[in-house]
Each structure stands twice: as C-alpha cells, then as structure tokens.
Ligand binder design. Structure first.
Ligand code: GLY
Ligand code: MN
Ligand code: MN
Length: 437
C-alpha cells in the first residue's frame, strides 16, 4: 500500500467513526469560494479549507467538493467551468485517482449526490442553502475532526519533510545574501528564488529582520535600503507542498563575539528541547524547560545575576523570551486543536506564566510540532521590567550594547515518534548541499 493510500485509509476510518458518532450518512467538504476586496474584481489569495485539502495530493482549487460517506468510495466533485478569462482547473494525474470517484460539477448538482443525513463543512456557510443550518459546520463535528489532525499519517510527515527541505534551500540562500550585505527585500527575494515559490505561495508572511528588527516577534517590513552595518539576520520563513507547511527560523550574526556566543547557546539549548519531543511528554513541560534553559543562559552569560529559580519567580526570563515554545504544525502553520484535550472540544487553560502557549497536549506518536526558543532585547519589555521588577538583576549596560543585534530565535519542525524525535529541519540542513539548489 502506498503512503497516500494508507493516509486515505486513515482519514476514511476517522470520518466513518465520526459519522457513527453523529448519526450521519455522509460528511461533505467544500474547498471554498473566491472572495473579493470591496468594490473590486480582485480576489483575496485563495486558501482551501484545511479539512478538505487534507484528502488530496495536490493544491485544491476553489469550488471543489468532497463527499465522504459511510459505505462508498470517496467522491471528488471538481469544478469544470470553461472560462476564457482564467486558467481552467485541470485534475492532477496520478495513482490517487484510482481511489476516488471523480465527478465534474457541470454534470450534477451537489445536493443530489449527498446521502442523508449529511453534515457540510465550508468556509462559506452562508451560501449553503440545500441543508438545514444546524448541519452546516456543526461545532461538535469540527472539534472531533480537528482533534485528530494533530497526529499525522506517514504521508503527511513526508509532505512536511519536503516542505522543510524547500525552506532550507531558501534559508541557506538568505544567509549568503545577509553576509553579502543585502537589504531585507533582496534577502527575501533570494529566499523565494531558492525555495522556488512566489510570495503569495508562502505559508505565512516571511519575517526577514535585520538588526533591531529581530526584536520584533512578527516583524513585517522588508526594507529596500541595507543598513550601514548588518549585525543580525533573523529569518522566519517556510514553504508549502500540497498544503502542508514548514515554519523555520534561523539567526545569523557577525561583528560581536558575545552575541555570537548567545546565538550558539540558543542553538544548543534548542536541540536539547527538540530531544524532549517524545511520545507521552506534555508540551507544557517542554515550554517550562525552555524557560529554565533561557534563565540559565541569562545567568551564565552575565546578562542577569539572579539564579534560575529567582528569575522564574519574578518572571524576569519572560522579558527576554515572551512567547510560547511552539505549536502544532500541518495544513495550518499554527495547526488546529492545540489547546483541545479531547475530541469533545474541552480546552486546556494556559498557566499564568505561559500566556501565549498554543499547545497543551501530551505528544502522541506522529504529532508534529515546532520548537522555537528565543532570546530578544525588546525595548518595550525591558522598560516594563525596569518599571515593575525593581530587583531584576539585569546588566542594563551590557543589554544596551546588544540592542542593535535585536534578538535570536531558532525554530525547527519535529515529529514525536515512539522511538524518539525526528527533526525534519536539521536532517534537511544535513542532506541538502548548495549544489542541489
Ligand atoms: N512563523 C510564526 C511562528 O513561528 O509561529
Ligand atoms: Mn516561525
Ligand atoms: Mn512557529
């Protein structure tokens, strides 16, 4: 059985179980419709509904439908609309077609094909007038299906591996562009070219930050002018394949040995945190380890004279590492269901010391997550610390010298496996040579 066939089998099992649970004959999934800017004939970039995209090994077009029924083969209804203004969608060739019943939308009306009772899942529920409103996007069904998305099939892991490999080619090119003194915009172009994607195809807007920009967690500028001195590049950028995303960050620096040592130390502690991604580990424990690691580094490097326990008690460490250690990764960059504790949709409450943590589940076999510790010199948070924690113990003079370097983040995409951790990003860096790019 191919990886894709196995993937399809797993999804069919999950959906048929959901049909039993909710007394349904079928679940119909819409890929989505194009939406438009106000008073404009320009459409927003199209992002297919992830639950729909998950079923197929190619990028879904708008207005495709899937029907997953309890006892017949899955059906794909694809839009066959001759339109001389646009490219007519064509079906991707391949073995996947053997496992699907394929129907052209022009030959049928979707409602006539639906075994009843049916639930419909769509980004655009308002346009669905052929079934009762309570059967459109039922929250209980969405919770049920989204919970299972955290555990990837081997086919999905293969997509995520390819997405990592594409991004890694871009990261290598971005490093070279940084060392050549290029501006953020040109570094981004080098990234896009090497990862073979257009800006609109990126899974999220790349963060390409030089110097102080690296202290802005979701820095959005891409300046056209290079700074006089390029101290740091923090690049957080991914790529997609068949809808599956990578989400990778690297920090490069030059000109300051102290900051370089900090980058090396964050890289080393990030690897230790990745090793904790094993089956049964609660992700909150990895976040807590990250806080401990960053606190130890602040102390050892002389940035903060308080020890680990005192820093954590006073929440000094969060000034330098304010975000969560990472999140689920898949068809969404921040994949669905991170706070869900079960298929019923009960949510975990984030502890006060980790207000931005996006994942609070024990890791299961084949859960894919990011691990992304950081250490930043963020003026706004430093001022808050100085105002609110009188005995913070930080060396403010030393910190002042590091502000022009912004900050550090290292982010990998990893799979929790029964036999240990599989790091999709590090293996990509090891496997890909410049000559392949
Ligand atoms: N790129 C956004 C994040 O790392 O979560
Ligand atoms: Mn990222
Ligand atoms: Mn991330």
């Amino acid at each position: 059985m191919s990886l894709y066939q196995h993937h399809l089998q797993t999804l069919l099992e999950r959906y048929r179980q959901a049909c039993d649970q909710f007394a349904l004959g079928a679940i119909a999934l819409h890929s989505g419709s194009l939406t438009y800017y106000t008073n404009d004939d320009n459409a927003h970039p199209f992002h297919p509904m992830p639950l729909t995209q998950q079923w197929l090994p190619f990028d879904l077009m708008p207005e495709a439908w899937l029907i997953i029924s309890k006892d017949s083969a899955p059906t794909l209804i694809w839009p066959d609309r001759p339109d001389f203004w646009h490219v007519t969608p064509k079906l991707t060739e391949g073995d996947w077609q053997q496992h699907w019943k394929i129907v052209k939308a022009s030959q049928t009306s979707i409602s006539a094909l639906l075994p009843k009772p049916v639930a419909v899942l769509s980004h655009q529920p308002d346009g669905i007038d052929f079934i009762e409103p309570q059967n459109v996007n039922p929250v209980e069904l969405l919770n049920w299906l989204n919970f299972d998305r955290a555990v990837k099939t081997e086919w999905e892991i293969e997509q995520l591996r390819i997405a990592s490999q594409r991004a890694v080619r871009g990261h290598r090119a971005a490093k070279e562009a940084f060392l050549s003194g290029l501006c953020e915009y040109d570094i981004h172009l080098a990234y896009l070219r090497a990862s073979k994607q257009q800006q609109l195809e990126e899974p999220y807007g790349s963060i390409v930050a030089l110097n102080e920009g690296a202290a802005v967690l979701h820095y959005e500028n891409k300046h056209l002018e290079a700074p006089k001195c390029s101290n740091t590049l923090l690049i957080d950028a991914g790529a997609k394949i068949n809808g599956y995303a990578s989400d990778i960050t690297r920090t490069f620096t030059q000109g300051n040995d102290f900051f370089l040592d900090l980058v090396k130390a964050v890289d080393a502690l990030q690897l230790r945190l990745c090793q904790q991604c094993t089956v049964g580990t609660n992700y909150l424990d990895i976040h807590n380890s990250a806080l401990q690691e960053i606190a130890a580094l602040l102390h050892q490097s002389g940035l903060c004279k308080l020890g680990v326990e005192e820093q954590l008690a006073k929440k000094v460490t969060q000034t330098f590492f304010p975000h969560g250690i990472g999140h689920l990764l898949g068809l969404n960059v921040h994949d669905a269901g991170g706070l869900q504790q079960n298929r019923q949709g009960d949510l975990a409450t984030r502890p006060e010391h980790a207000p931005f943590l996006r994942l609070m589940r024990p890791l299961q076999n084949n859960t894919v997550v990011t691990i992304e510790p950081g250490l930043y010199f963020i003026p706004m948070l430093l001022e808050k610390m100085i105002a609110e924690i009188p005995e913070h113990g930080c060396d403010l003079k030393l910190i002042e010298t590091l502000k022009p370097f912004g900050g550090i983040r290292i982010e990998d995409n990893v799979v929790a496996k029964a036999e240990g951790t599989l790091n999709l990003t590090r293996t990509s860096f090891e496997e890909i040579n410049f000559s392949d790019s």
